[in-house]
Design a protein around this ligand. Structure first.
Ligand code: DQA
Length: 143
């Protein structure tokens, strides 16, 4: 099973970015933990991060072409990007939307997601553990 774990803007700064909200796990540590869980589950995983929306769109297109599952933390694009939603709507395998924080307990603008209506499932508030939980769900529920 091929899974792309895609992270949007500012997530490369995890560890130092607002630790009270996003925790102290660094982005390299998050990548390592995703790879470790994927190895255990025998999932072919590719973990990526970008601050450039066009690059994220090209990765979602790639996942659509390859029928890869996607674990996506769209970060701020969750709340702004019709383009990312339209790209996600083309996916042919499950899409798990992940948020490290519980976006529903924060500012009102974070409660709306352009992505959720086209996602298979949505996780928020599990900290960086949400990524491993998403991979485990895919293992159990997707071929
Ligand atoms: C986030 C929540 C978003 O509102 C925010 O813009 C992020 C991270 C999260 O993982 O909790 O950058 O997606």
């Amino acid at each position: 099973m091929q899974v792309l774990v895609l992270n949007g803007p500012n997530l490369g700064r995890l560890g130092s970015r607002e630790p009270a909200t996003y925790g102290t796990t660094t982005y390299p540590q998050l990548v390592e933990s995703c790879r470790a869980v994927a190895g255990e589950l025998e999932i072919d995983v590719d973990v990526r991060q970008t601050d450039a929306e066009h690059e994220m769109l090209s990765w979602v297109h790639e996942a659509a072409d390859n029928e890869a599952a996607v674990v996506l933390n769209p970060a701020a694009w969750t709340h702004t990007s019709v383009a990312l939603r339209d790209a996600c709507a083309m996916l042919r395998a499950p899409l798990i939307e992940v948020h490290i924080s519980n976006v529903h307990t924060r500012e009102a603008f974070r409660a709306h997601s352009y992505i959720s209506p086209v996602a298979t499932a949505v996780m928020a508030g599990f900290g960086t553990d949400g990524y491993a939980l998403a991979l485990r769900w895919l293992r159990a529920n997707w071929r």
